[in-house]
Write a protein that binds this ligand. Structure first.
Ligand SMILES: [Zn+2]
Length: 79
């Protein structure tokens, strides 16, 4: 059995908790940013008729369901 003073044990324990919290925070931010970028990419605004629609397909220029004009996907921007 390894003998560790209580003060060192608390330092290691708190360090492990802080590392775990930091990892969860970074991971959740990464997932949220990825979802926002995907949502920005699928939301398309038609400049001809003003229709706003979502397109989940992989088509580069999906046509507007209202007027039929193809539109390029918006580039994701940093918020
Ligand atoms: Zn349109």
């Amino acid at each position: 059995m390894i003998r560790v003073p209580i003060s060192e044990f608390l330092e290691i324990y708190l360090g492990a908790i802080l590392l775990w919290l930091w990892t969860v925070w970074v991971g959740s931010n990464w997932i949220r940013n990825r979802r926002e970028r995907r949502a920005q990419r699928t939301l398309i605004h038609c400049h001809i008729c003003g229709w706003e629609y979502r397109d989940q397909s992989d088509v580069a220029c999906p046509p507007c369901p209202n007027c039929g004009r193809p539109h390029e996907r918006p580039q994701p921007t940093r918020i």
